[in-house]
Design a protein around this ligand. Structure first.
Ligand SMILES: Nc1ncnc2c1ncn2[C@@H]1O[C@H](COP(=O)(O)OP(=O)(O)OP(=O)(O)O)[C@@H](O)[C@H]1O
Length: 336
């Protein structure tokens, strides 16, 4: 189980015209991902999803808040003490082209972490070779074909499977898949998603999916949790099916109605939820972060920030003073 409480992160722009300007990437995010579970972070570009994923994988520091892994808070530990905890969480990068060293064969790529593991656990050399083959088979690749080859000799889908096999060399408890299929040919995407789903079922590994696309979040974990992130704040959180069929935050509604497999059906007389203003990260209003783009805003939204909670007797948590129930019809994944 990995939890986060009040995670904040502010970046200061180093160069260019925005030098010195601060970007509040995360503004006090709470999350909990159980062993073997599935969770997805969705939100538009710049909402902070990748930053949160990198913090969870131990690749980025945060300013305040606490990450707890299997009951152990990380902040009191030294970097070296944290290492074995974060090793259980492996990041699958969106770009399998840059994730693999082009000068190494797949055999060398997989053997390096397996050799280390064999050393720590006093396993014989024969274990390394056998385990590399086993992992490739697990991710649906033919070891005889793949092992002697270099990354450029494989397709994008095969490369992403190798990246997943490499992540599995350390027997992780969680895979963080950051837009893991966005740079792969459309025809191969479903195969990679099916693989992640299969690994969840077969190995009990939990999967955190970071995506723009709620349909992929739904495919990976029908039983999973969805976190809708807007400008570094979780604005809606709950069961993926609950949120897809009945989103209550106006931002979630706009997000769902914008994607091709979901259609927003507006009731007569209702204003459409259409984001109209460009984001200005430099400006940090006292009120709701979505207020300036929200057609339902009132004076309260402009002066007070709503917190995530179960207000209004809804199944999911939301951060909105005026959660609206509107009809958003979802067509099943794969039938759009
Ligand atoms: N290393 C960095 N230095 C400065 N600013 C950063 C850095 N990393 C992220 N940011 C800023 O933090 C904000 C959140 O970025 P992040 O990449 O986490 O968003 P995202 O939701 O994952 O977006 P995308 O889907 O485009 O990757 C953005 O405004 C981004 O410009």
């Amino acid at each position: 189980m990995i939890t986060g409480e009040g995670i904040t992160k502010t970046f200061r722009q180093r160069g260019g015209v925005l030098a010195g300007r601060e970007v509040r990437a995360l503004r006090g995010v709470d999350f909990a991902i159980r062993k073997g579970g599935a969770a997805s972070f969705i939100g538009e570009s710049g909402s902070g999803k990748t930053t949160l994923g990198r913090i969870i994988a131990g690749l980025e520091s945060h300013d305040s808040g606490e990450i707890t892994i299997d009951g152990t808070p990380m902040s009191p530990l030294r970097p070296r003490q944290r290492e074995p905890y974060f090793r259980r969480i492996q990041l699958i990068h969106q770009d399998p082209y840059s994730a693999l060293n082009p000068t190494r064969t797949i055999h060398q790529t997989l053997n390096a972490p397996l050799d280390l593991r064999a050393k720590w656990t006093r396993r014989p050399r024969s274990w390394v070779e056998g385990r590399a083959e086993e992992l490739l088979e697990l991710v649906g690749l033919d070891p005889g074909y793949v092992l002697p080859r270099y990354p450029h000799q494989l397709s994008g889908g095969m490369r992403q499977r190798v990246v997943i096999a490499r992540a599995l060399t350390v027997d992780p408890e969680m895979l963080v898949a950051d837009e893991a299929v966005s740079m792969i040919d459309v025809s191969l995407r479903l195969g990679i998603l099916a693989l992640l789903k299969d690994l969840r079922e077969r190995l009990g590994v939990s999967v955190l999916f970071i995506t723009h696309d709620v349909a992929t979040a739904r495919y990976i974990g029908e039983d999973g949790e969805l976190y809708v992130i807007y400008r570094g704040q979780v604005v809606e959180r709950g069961h993926v099916e609950t949120i897809i069929s009945d989103p209550v935050h106006p931002y979630t509604q706009s997000l769902l109605s914008a994607i091709p497999v979901l259609r927003g059906l507006e009731r007569p007389g209702e204003q459409p939820v259409v984001p109209t203003e460009a984001l200005d990260e430099g400006r940090d209003d006292a009120g709701c972060l979505f207020a300036r783009r929200c057609p339902f805003r009132t004076g309260r939204c402009e002066s007070e920030r709503p917190e995530l909670g179960h207000d209004g007797g809804m199944l999911q948590e939301h951060a909105c003073f005026h959660p609206r129930r509107r009809s958003v019809v979802a067509t099943p994944v794969g039938r759009a």
